[in-house]
Ligand binder design. Structure first.
Ligand code: PLP
Length: 406
């Protein structure tokens, strides 16, 4: 197997020494955590230059995850829209069913190289928990997942998967018993065993070095996609579209195209029941500059100035903040941020399922919804590349109820 660089971030999304991108991002203040973050950052910078690490990463991507994921021309969907040709980057075909395995493998491999015996994380819907539990099983690491009791009930299949994979689930019953409390609980547990553990964040969020590290591991998606698209079509796509919660899958695919001015980079956030209602999670459209979980970004705040309770039909997108790289890309105009409602997401979910035989994750269906909307306004020789971040097996019971097929 040939050793090659495991890709990386474009200069426009690299933080400075303070972990800042413009006014966004930053390092953690808490002294003990700061020490652990420094250790992580130094370790990360070392391993990404290490040939053994690169070769191992490459081997696992090819033989375990199933990379490269293909690019597929969705002909029937394109014809249905009438306009631009729509292509899909099939991250839904990865082992465990989404892009999350890309950074979880990287994080677990890094934990192992740093001599850690355990990875720790919080999870909301359980997607990050399952991908991390998978990577931990593969590397022989202990895995501890903190999860709100409300989410444990709601996301039962993912809880079962994590248990089967050998992870320890820590139920969190304080407060509302959801993601926010799970984050606090996981951080407390991490502080108790900081020497032996590594905290593994599930998106391009949190203090430095997480946004850079997770972005780096996800950049494989964009670099692969650019080469594949060029080889198949002899030109680059006109638009690259991805859904955005914290921003890891969007960061991944954007990374391949940030040097290409002619390619419009579009991220689609959840407009929920509408931007004029309180029931959405459209951080870029409606948020302000603020702070969440130890980093600066655009954030949706409630009346008390705390991160708001937000809503999306796709639980992987209902986060009141957004990664610092995206906050910066928005302010510099290098990427565009739009939104799709729950209803548009449902329509796109059914359209892709019934026109192409591909059941997307509800998260990914937001990106598909935007592609459907804009394809009509474009000409047949123009192209849109959508990052299909995950598959929808996890969502089928919910959908059956929702569209009246149950
Ligand atoms: C978690 C998840 C997302 C949202 O996370 P990002 O960090 O914004 O990519 C999107 N799609 C799928 C399938 C997910 O599991």
């Amino acid at each position: 197997m040939t050793t090659q660089a495991t890709y990386g971030l474009h200069a426009s999304t690299m933080p400075d020494e303070q972990g800042l991108l413009g006014e966004f991002g930053g390092k953690i203040g808490h002294p003990e955590l700061a020490k652990a973050m420094d250790e992580l950052e130094i370790g990360f910078r070392q391993i990404i230059k290490d040939d053994d690490f690169i070769a191992e990463m490459q081997r696992l991507r090819e033989t375990y995850v199933g990379r490269p994921s293909p690019i597929y021309h969705a002909k029937r969907l394109s014809e249905h829209c009438g306009g631009a040709k729509i292509y899909l980057k099939r991250e839904d075909l990865n082992h465990t069913g989404s892009h999350k395995i890309n950074h979880c493998l990287g994080e677990a491999l890094l934990a192992k190289k740093l001599g850690k015996t355990k990875v720790l994380a919080e999870t909301g819907a359980g997607q990050h928990g399952v991908a991390l539990a998978t990577a931990a099983a593969l590397m022989g690491l202990e895995c501890e997942i903190h999860m709100g009791v409300v989410d444990i009930k709601k996301e039962h299949p993912n809880v079962s998967r994590m248990k089967i994979l050998g992870a320890k689930i820590v139920p969190v019953s304080r407060g509302a018993g959801t993601l926010k409390e799970a984050v606090d609980s996981a951080f407390e547990a991490y502080l108790e065993d900081i020497d032996n553990s590594m905290f593994a964040i599930g998106s391009v969020v949190g203090p430095a070095p997480y946004p850079e590290m997770v972005g780096y591991f996800q950049s494989v998606v964009g670099h692969e996609a650019r080469a594949q698209f060029l080889a198949a079509n002899g030109k680059l796509p006109d638009k690259v579209v991805a859904c955005i919660g914290g921003g890891s899958n969007a960061m991944g695919i954007f990374s391949g195209f940030l040097g290409d001015e002619g390619v419009e980079k579009v991220a689609v956030e959840p407009a929920g029941e509408g931007l004029d209602t309180p029931r959405h999670a459209a951080t870029m459209a409606k948020g302000v500059k603020g702070e969440i979980q130890g980093f600066k970004c655009y954030v949706l705040l409630d009346e008390q100035g705390e991160p708001a309770q937000v809503h999306s039909i796709a639980s992987g997108l209902d986060y009141p903040g957004v990664g610092p790289q995206h906050s910066h890309l928005r302010d510099t105009g290098l990427a565009t941020y739009v939104s799709a409602t729950d209803q548009e997401c449902l329509d796109a979910f059914m359209a892709l399922s019934q026109l192409e035989g591909i059941i997307p994750a509800l998260e990914s269906a937001h990106a598909v919804a935007h592609a459907i909307k804009v394809a009509k306004t474009m000409s047949p020789d123009e192209t849109i590349l959508v990052n299909l971040s995950g598959r929808g097996d996890k969502d089928i019971d919910y959908i059956l109820d929702k569209v009246g097929l149950a």
